[in-house]
Write a protein that binds this ligand. Structure first.
Ligand SMILES: Cc1ncc(COP(=O)(O)O)c(C=O)c1O
Length: 395
């Protein structure tokens, strides 16, 4: 590749794709690659889904942007659909996951301000990822993302993921906590699932209720059907006060959302937060179309069936090599023994197997395939992955 004018914020792979359809990406010479990553949990309905493409085309030819100074009918419709799906009272539309979390964290500070706190703190988790704005990166654990940015460390308390006792201990030690922000399953941090499953969320909610903190869920990655429910917390009886999402919300169209209910409802008022682009007619129509597709088809149950299939087939084929799996639905972690060198796996999967994957947490293969993957495609994911891993594991 010739010299690039792009800032080197990503270690890019030496390949680019010119076309996508369903579970497949194509290079300029039309070589197909099976996409088990979907732009990092974004294109849940697959690439260029015909219904979403049609909605984009129609809306782009009708009205793309006015401003939030005016009524936006598609934003009203998308907001109603999303709040009803999540059991929330109201929504703020942003353009990314980081912005959705920035809104949530700002609201937590308003909540604390209303209670007369001088220096509020939010509890966040080890290995968390919440985005790259200054507040959301301060909530993020990854040292590489934080380094040099004078992160707002006094405003957060970090505890181990999955450890409710650590949260209770923090409650005893600090008077000025106003909220918890947590991912139901940690995506970037290693596909970490809490050890007692989603009841962890119920336990966290109980601590929040006992202390009058906001219970805030980051479902930027786990939301929009990825785990087999519209939102991952719906696998439990927990109910968040604040809920953020993005990624699959627009199936590739950039959009994010921060929803609130109950004691968190009404914290923002005119002028206290905003976004020029948040919830344009175009973005909102896409959100509404994705929502319709998820709720009127069997895509979410397919995510469970095919996710379980991939997990069980891969671990079965590699059971002699200490390989295990975790995650839910189409959020799949294949956990390799720690001594295995994973540094070349992404490149080898791409070049040798024409399979797009990701490695996280050092030794966890992260698969985020389209929710509507066919059985034939899931079988191909398994076959290609096993063909890649078996010789490496057998060495
Ligand atoms: C759980 C979680 N929160 C927030 C973000 C940030 O989202 P965005 O990159 O859209 O700002 C991500 C992105 O990976 C994420 O996985």
């Amino acid at each position: 590749m010739s010299a690039s004018y792009l800032m080197p914020t990503y270690a890019r792979q030496p390949i680019s794709f010119t076309r996508g359809a369903g579970s497949w990406l194509y290079t300029e010479d039309d070589t197909p690659y099976l996409d088990a990553l979907t732009g990092i949990a974004v294109c849940g309905l697959g690439h260029c889904h015909p219904t979403i493409t049609q909605a984009i085309q129609e809306q782009a030819a009708t009205l793309i942007h006015t401003s939030n100074l005016f009524g936006v009918d598609w934003q009203e419709r998308a907001g109603e659909a999303l709040c009803q799906a999540a059991g929330m009272d109201s929504v703020f539309f942003a353009n990314s996951g980081a912005e959705a979390n920035e809104a949530a964290l700002k609201m937590a500070r308003l909540y604390a301000n209303n209670k007369g706190f001088a220096r509020p703190k939010v509890i966040v988790m080890e290995n968390s990822f919440h985005g790259r704005t200054l507040l959301s990166v301060s909530a993020t654990a990854n040292p590489k993302a934080r380094e040099g940015f004078f992160t707002l460390d006094d405003d957060f308390i970090r505890v181990p993921f999955g450890d409710v006792d650590a949260v209770k201990q923090a409650a005893e030690q600090h008077q000025d906590i106003c909220a918890i922000l947590v991912e139901p399953i940690q995506g970037e941090g290693g596909l970490n699932t809490p050890k007692n499953g989603f009841t962890y969320l119920e336990e966290l909610e109980a601590v929040c209720d006992a202390n009058d903190w906001l219970f805030m869920l980051d479902e930027v990655q786990t939301g929009n059907g990825r785990t087999g429910k519209y939102f991952a917390y719906q696998h439990s009886n927990a109910r968040p006060d604040v809920l953020t999402t993005a990624k699959g919300l627009g199936n590739g169209f950039p959009v994010g959302a921060c929803m609130v209910r109950g004691r968190a409802n009404g914290l923002f008022s005119a002028g206290s937060h905003g976004s020029t682009y948040g919830g344009t007619p175009l973005a909102s129509r896409v959100v509404y179309s994705v929502y319709q597709e998820l709720s009127n088809t069997d895509v979410m149950s397919n995510a469970v069936t095919e996710g379980d299939f991939i997990r069980s087939q891969v671990t079965d084929a590699l059971k002699d090599y200490g390989v295990s799996s975790r995650g839910a639905g189409m959020m799949i972690g294949i956990v390799l023994p720690e001594h295995i060198d994973c540094s070349q796996l992404v490149n080898r999967a791409r070049d040798e197997q024409k399979l797009i994957i990701n490695v996280t947490g050092g030794h966890v293969i992260r698969l985020l395939p389209p929710l509507n993957m066919t059985r034939d495609e899931s079988t191909q994911v398994v076959e290609r992955l096993v063909a890649l891993l078996k010789p490496t594991l057998a060495q």
